[in-house]
Structures are given as C-alpha cells and as structure tokens.
Ligand binder design. Structure first.
Ligand code: PLP
Length: 449
C-alpha cells in the first residue's frame, strides 16, 4: 500500500490514529446489522452449521475409539463453562468498576485432543477431508456407516498415501497434525518465527514434518500453499480462505444454546449475552460468532479482542480494506506475547462475512496479557496461554469506553446490565508444557492491572 493510501485511510477513520500509536482502543462496529438481515446477505445459514454438527456427530464413533479420553462426551469434542467469581472480584477492584452481570469463562483450553479452540475448526476440516476421500475412493459407501472404521488399518493405510499441509503460528498445526496423523495422513506444517519451540517439538514427536520459516505468518502460509499445490495428493488447510475451518467453528457457537440452558443462564431481550473472543486471523471468533448469532439472534453481542501490535481484523474492518491491508502498513507488528494472535493480515473471507455480525472489538497491550495470565492463575488456579486471556477484560472495556457505553445506549441495554451474562472465550492453555508454563508465569509475575 502506498503512503498516500494509508494517510487517506487514517484521515477517514480517526480511530486508526490511536491504533497506529499502539494504544488500547475499543471500537463499536457501525456496519453491524440485525442478525436476520446480516444472515440473509451471506451464503451461509443455520443449515450449514447443522450439516457441520451432523458430520461431527458421525465422526464421534471414530473419535471415541481413537481418543478414549472422549468417552465421557461420547466422542464429541466440547468444553465446560465455568463462572469466575473470584477473578471478577479482583477485576472489579483493579479496573475500578463493579461489573454488572456475571462473568464466565468458556474453557476451550480444556478441549480434548488438542487443547485449543483450533480443535473445533481444524479437526473438523481434517475430518471432512477424510470423509470426502473415503467416499470418493469407495472406502465408505455412504454417510450412514459406522465411522469407527476410520480407526481401522485399511483406512490408515489408504490415508498414508495422502498429505495434509498447513501454514501456522503453531496451534492450527497442532490440531491439524494431531488429527491428521491419527487418521494416518502424512502431515506437513509450515511454521513462522513466532511459533513456540515446544509446538515444533510436539509435532515432530507425532511424526509431522515441520518446516520452519524465518518469516512472519503470512509468508509461512504462502510457502505451505505453494508446496501443497504442487502435489496432487496434498490437501492444504488454508487459514486465510477456508470455509471448512469457519464452519467447524460455527458448530461451537450453536452448541452454546444447550450449554447455557443446562447452566440455567437465560438469554433474551432482558437478559443480554456478551461474548468476548480472542482474534488472530478471524476464523475462530468469526465462526463462533456466526453460530452464536444463529442460536441467540440479536440477544447476543460478540466482540473480538486483538493485541495492540497485531490488530489485523480491526484494521481490516475499519478501513474496509479487509485482507488488502496489513498491520505493517500502519507501522505496527513485531513480536507479541500473544503468539496465537500474531497475524498481520486478516482473513478476507471471514472479515467480509463478519463485517455485519461483530458488535465491535478492542485491543489489548502486552502488559495486560501478562497481568491477566498471572492473576487468573494466582486467583482461580487456571493457566491459559497468553492469547487466550484477551477476552477477560472485554466486559470492563465495554462498560468503561465511550464507544462501549454508546453501544449499550443504542441497544437500550444500559439498565439491563445487572441481568447480563459475560463470557470470555478462553482459547487455549492446557497443552503448554510445564517448563514453558513456569517461564510464562515467572515473566508475568510482577504485572498487575
Ligand atoms: C488461533 C488462536 C486464536 C484465534 O483464532 P483465529 O482463527 O486465528 O482468529 C485464539 N487463541 C488461540 C489460543 C489460538 O490458537
């Protein structure tokens, strides 16, 4: 992008000035539409989510056999929801704001098999690819068969002739690698410089070919795509353009309806639901939001959270240049402690699709990531990886920022907040090895809000 284009862009959107300076900001999305209208404008609908859910149900028979730890949920990959009252007390005091409503954590750090939110989208895409191949090659006659056969030697031998490739900052590779290898695929993962060493070691240990690039995420993806496309037996999981990843995540949003019912949490006109989602390239917050919107309509309000150094979704939406603009164009970037969100350029597919669904977004400074990580562990005994804590300050940003307050006024919610439910989506953490966990906690020890 030329300097002139960037100057024009900033002039038209004053918030970009603050973003460029690396300030923490809260943004209210003026392009958002009522759920029905927004949905009518997209190619996707509740039927697509139900199709994805049905596929996950079919594969439950396989997952149950392949991963005995999923016995309790009968092969369904799902996570608990827990209220964090002590953390809320701490935040109320630290943020000087008594938060109305209740604060919950959606524990995707505890998802079975790969312990991050990626287990939703990435595993879904690998399963769908495996199903497609099995049907095409006659290993499956139809989708009514017992999918436990996917654990058989016959299937594994067949999949061993096929490759799956992905480019990633780390966690996507872990989910694709884990499920791909389990099915018998050959898996290649292209990693960027941000990727943590333990993630590379973990993947090599399960027999994944890891190719390291001394570049950022977008370049790692580019290299992966080029190599995969040159091989007719290779399938590329495309973080930037994948509809399958997106649909895998949507199922997680729709399922919240049942989980909230069971928890006795009411969601309606007088009981608003606010969900705060850490955002990298956008697939997971986008997909979950789409699913939540189909479940709760206009009663759910979804905000994405990004590092101040890598606000790629916010820059893409604010400028309406989507994936044509990168945070580097604004002079941002550099390493962030939230490595799982270190994506300089948003997904064009997701940003364009979600433009009318997200209620807004906000950015989080590295010091705040560290403080949240450290305090959550100290107070609730919950360890999350840095990226995963970004949602926790969301409710306070909503209540305390001018744009957040304006949002609540416009929606007529200001005096309903004592009946609100706030859910911070915790996107990962349980896979971090003890040594790395200690290092994180040590580094973050002295940080408070
Ligand atoms: C990938 C990831 C995210 C964000 O998901 P995107 O689809 O990249 O937006 C959030 N948290 C963790 C821990 C992640 O690994």
């Amino acid at each position: 992008m030329t300097d002139k284009t960037i100057d024009n862009m900033i002039e038209q959107t004053p918030l970009l000035k603050n973003i460029k300076k690396g300030e923490e900001v809260f943004w209210k999305n003026t392009m958002a539409l009522p759920t029905e209208e927004a949905t009518a404008q997209t190619e996707y609908s509740k039927a697509d989510i139900l199709d994805a859910e049905a596929r996950l149900q079919r594969f439950a028979a396989f997952i149950r056999v392949a991963y005995p730890e999923t016995e309790e949920t009968a092969g369904i990959i799902e996570s608990p929801l827990s209220e964090i009252t002590k953390m809320k007390e701490y935040l109320d005091e630290a943020m000087d704001q008594e938060l109305d409503g209740r604060l919950w954590l959606k524990r995707d750090d505890l998802l079975p098999i790969s312990g991050t939110i990626k287990a939703r989208g990435a595993i879904y895409e690998v399963l769908k690819h495996a199903e497609t191949l099995a049907l095409e090659h006659g290993l499956l006659k139809n989708t009514d068969e017992d999918y436990a056969v996917f654990a058989s030697d016959e299937f594994r031998t067949f999949f061993a002739k096929h490759n799956i490739t992905v480019g990633t900052t780390g966690n996507l590779g872990i989910s694709v690698g884990t499920m791909g290898r389990k099915l018998g695929f050959e898996v290649t993962v292209h990693m960027s410089v941000e990727a943590k060493r333990w993630k590379k070691e973990y993947l090599r240990n399960i027999g994944v070919e890891v190719i390291e690039h001394d570049t950022d995420f977008s370049q790692a993806v580019e290299n992966g795509r080029a190599q995969s496309e040159a091989d007719p037996n290779s399938y590329f999981v495309d973080d930037e353009h994948s509809v399958e990843l997106f649909l895998g995540y949507t199922a997680g949003g729709l399922r919240m309806k049942v989980q909230l019912d069971i928890a006795g949490i009411q969601v309606d006109e007088d009981h608003p639901l606010f969900v705060y989602l850490p955002c990298g390239i956008g697939g997971s917050p986008g997909g979950i939001t789409f699913g939540l919107k189909q479940a709760f309509g206009d009663h759910v309000h979804c905000f994405f959270a990004e590092p101040t150094k890598m606000p790629s979704m916010m820059v893409g939406l604010l400028s309406q240049k989507f994936d044509e603009v990168s945070v580097f164009d604004l002079g941002l970037g550099g390493l962030t402690v939230a490595d799982g969100l270190a994506v300089p350029r948003t997904s064009g597919l997701v940003a364009k699709l979600m433009r009318t669904f997200f209620s807004g977004g906000y950015t989080v400074a590295d010091d705040v990531f560290k403080a949240l990580l450290s305090r959550l562990y100290g107070i609730e005994g919950i360890f999350l990886e840095p990226a995963a804590v970004a949602g926790i300050v969301g409710p306070y940003r909503l209540m305390q920022s001018e744009e957040g307050q304006a949002y609540l006024r416009e929606k007529g919610l200001t005096d309903k907040m004592d009946q609100a439910t706030h859910i911070a989506w915790a996107t990962g953490g349980s896979m971090v090895p003890a040594k790395d966990r200690e290092a994180f906690l040590f580094e973050a020890k002295s940080y408070t809000l």
